[in-house]
Design a protein around this ligand. Structure first.
Ligand SMILES: NC(=O)c1ccc[n+]([C@@H]2O[C@H](COP(=O)([O-])OP(=O)(O)OC[C@H]3O[C@@H](n4cnc5c(N)ncnc54)[C@H](OP(=O)(O)O)[C@@H]3O)[C@@H](O)[C@H]2O)c1
Length: 291
C-alpha cells in the first residue's frame, strides 16, 4: 500500500498486521512497525517502477497522492506528476509484476450539483485535485483494476496538517483557534477504520470497477463540527459560513456517494455519523499518532 503516512494509512495500520509491504511517502519515516516499509518519491520518475520490480507485489493499494486541493491548485504540475504520471508508471510496472491494482479515489471527481452520485455517474471535477484523480481513475479502469471513491474521511492525526476532519475541528476548538465551518457544504463522512478492511477485501477478492464507500448520513461541515465536539466532550466554538461565498478554489456543495454496489457485493454497511465519531474519540488519537 502506498500513502501509509496519511490519514487513511492510520486506518490501515489499525488493522491486524497484514503480509504487505508498505510503500510509504518520502518525507517522514514510516511509523508502522508491523510491516516492512520502503520509501519512495512518486514525483521522481522511475523510483516506483524500480520498487515494483523489486517487490513484485500481488496487489497494490495506491492511496498516496497530493491530496490537499489547495496544494494542487498552487502546484498543478507537481499534482499532475504525482497524481497522474506516477499512476501511469505504477500501471506499466504492474503489468510486468503481474500485480492487481486498487486505486483510492475521491468524491471530488464530482461537481456537487447532483442530488446523489452513483458508481456510473459521469465524472465532473471542478478542481485540479479532482481532475487529476479522475484522470488517474480512467487509467486504472482501462487497466482492469478497482477504483474506490471515498468521502470526507474521519479519524485521528497522522501528523501536522494531516488529520481526519473531526479531529481537525476538535483540535482547533481545544486550542482556541478561530474557525468557521460551512453550513452549505454537505458530505457523507466515514471513519478510516471502516474503510480499511473493505480495501483489503477488494484486494483479496480481486473485485474490479468502481466502488463507493461512504457513511450513511449526509451532514454539513458545520453539523459535523457540532457532532464531533459533542462526542469528544468539548464545547463547540466556531462560526458558520457559506462555501458558496468562499474566496478560493471552487468547492462542490453537495457530494453524496451512493454505495449500492459495495452494499451488494462487499456487504458494506455504511456506518452512521455516531459510529464513525465514536471511533475517533473513543481512542485517544494522540496515542495512535505517536505509536
Ligand atoms: N482525507 C480525506 O478526507 C479523503 C477523502 C476522499 C479521498 N481521499 C483519498 O484517500 C487517499 C489517502 O488520502 P489521505 O487523506 O490519507 O492523504 P494524506 O493524509 O494527505 O497523505 C498522503 C500520503 O501520500 C503520500 N505522498 C504524497 N506525495 C508523495 C510523493 N511525492 N511520494 C510519495 N508519497 C507521497 C504522503 O507521504 P508523506 O507522508 O511522505 O508525505 C502520505 O503518505 C488519497 O488517494 C485521497 O485522494 C482522502
Amino acid at each position: 500500500m502506498t500513502g501509509m503516512g496519511g490519514v487513511l494509512g492510520l486506518g490501515v495500520a489499525a488493522q491486524p498486521p497484514q503480509a504487505i509491504h508498505v510503500v510509504a511517502g518520502q518525507n517522514r519515516p514510516p511509523a508502522w512497525p508491523v510491516t516492512p516499509a520502503v520509501r519512495v518519491n512518486l514525483a521522481a520518475r522511475g523510483e516506483l517502477a524500480r520498487i515494483m520490480g523489486e517487490l513484485r507485489p500481488g496487489v497494490v493499494i495506491h492511496a498516496a497522492c497530493v491530496s490537499r486541493a489547495a496544494d494542487c491548485e498552487q502546484q498543478p504540475e507537481h499534482a499532475h506528476k504525482v497524481n497522474i504520471e506516477a499512476v501511469e508508471e505504477l500501471l506499466a510496472s504492474a503489468v510486468f509484476a503481474d500485480s492487481f491494482v486498487v486505486y483510492v479515489s475521491t468524491e471530488q471527481v464530482f461537481d456537487g450539483y447532483a442530488e446523489r452520485y452513483f458508481e456510473d455517474s459521469p465524472v465532473s471535477p471542478r478542481t485540479v485535485y479532482g481532475s487529476t484523480k479522475a484522470a488517474a481513475e480512467r487509467r486504472v479502469l482501462e487497466f482492469g483494476g478497482a477504483v474506490v471513491r471515498l468521502p470526507l474521511l474521519l479519524g485521528g492525526s497522522a501528523g501536522p496538517g494531516r488529520m481526519g476532519a473531526d479531529t481537525a475541528v476538535v483540535q482547533a476548538v481545544r486550542s482556541g483557534r478561530a474557525m468557521s465551518l460551512f453550513t452549505d457544504e454537505i458530505r457523507t463522512p466515514v471513519h478510516v477504520d471502516f474503510v480499511a478492511p473493505m480495501l483489503e477485501k477488494i484486494a483479496r477478492e480481486g473485485h474490479t470497477g468502481i466502488f463507493h464507500l461512504a457513511g450513511s448520513q449526509a451532514v454539513s461541515r458545520y453539523e459535523l463540527g457540532q457532532r464531533a465536539c459533542e462526542v469528544a466532550g468539548v464545547e463547540p466554538n466556531f462560526e458558520a459560513s457559506l462555501a458558496a461565498e468562499f474566496d478560493g478554489p471552487p468547492r462542490s456543495l453537495r457530494l453524496e456517494l451512493d454505495c449500492e454496489r459495495a452494499i451488494k457485493e462487499l456487504v458494506w454497511e455504511p456506518p452512521d455519523l455516531r459510529q464513525s465519531l465514536s471511533r475517533t474519540f473513543a481512542t485517544p488519537f494522540e496515542a495512535v499518532a505517536n505509536d
